[in-house]
Design a protein. Sequence first.
Length: 282
Amino acid sequence: MFYLVFFLVLIVLAVLCRSFYEITHFVIKRYEFQNKAVLGLVKILYISDLHENCFGKENERLVQTVLREKPDCIIIGGDLIIGKEKKVKTDVGLEFLKKIEKICPVLYNFGNHETRVCETDKFQSYLEEVKKLDIVLLNNKGIHLNFKGTKIYFWGIELGKECYKKGEYIVGENPFLEAKEDEIKVLIAHNPNFLKEYAEWQPDYVFSGHNHGGIVRLPVINGVISTDKRFFPKYSYGVYRENQTAMILSGGAGAHTIKFRLFNESEIVAVQITEDTRNKKL
């Protein structure tokens, strides 16, 4: 009996040590797509669900990684902060934005943590500071950007609280009617669970997060539980396709409340979109 208890204690300690490592370290997950509208190459760095996580003193490890990647554009996909009714923490997220604002265009779209506490004094103070920075807030707004001839129209949708609590979502007017014919269409939508609805707007790419990769990831099964406590979520991590739309779903760069990840390292996502030369006339 002693040996059994001792063995179980070792397993628990090993799991806790592994989880601590995965929360305090991050990897770069890389994806590559081809698109006929691209001239050369566009590199997008995507950071979602940081939740005030700090990698090294003043997030220096994360900042240095962003600098080394030399992205054309940075997308902050929501939940940069911790936003709860009794706890709103924004200091780490704000300092991170200050350190990356001049690297390249930075687009910030809110997640459920920002939306949930948007009316609090703490968040309003945070928002005032963010607006002083060279950061583009994309909550239900769009922006046209040109990267050395490659034109991209980004639209960020701020989903309502009911989308997270009740899973209710009504498809609104297509925001990509504002996109030009030669533009790549990118949607930033924190909640991945509405991919079918997003695909009705026919974006080329959707950037999502929220489910933290399923928190625990297992072979074949993939993500075990979503952040809204649903087992084996349909969308947990990776690339999903619906018609012509590809959704890039980040496993997230942090955790909150119960800080636990297993076989699911914290990550930032580097997406390269290169020129599609197939069927191109010589």
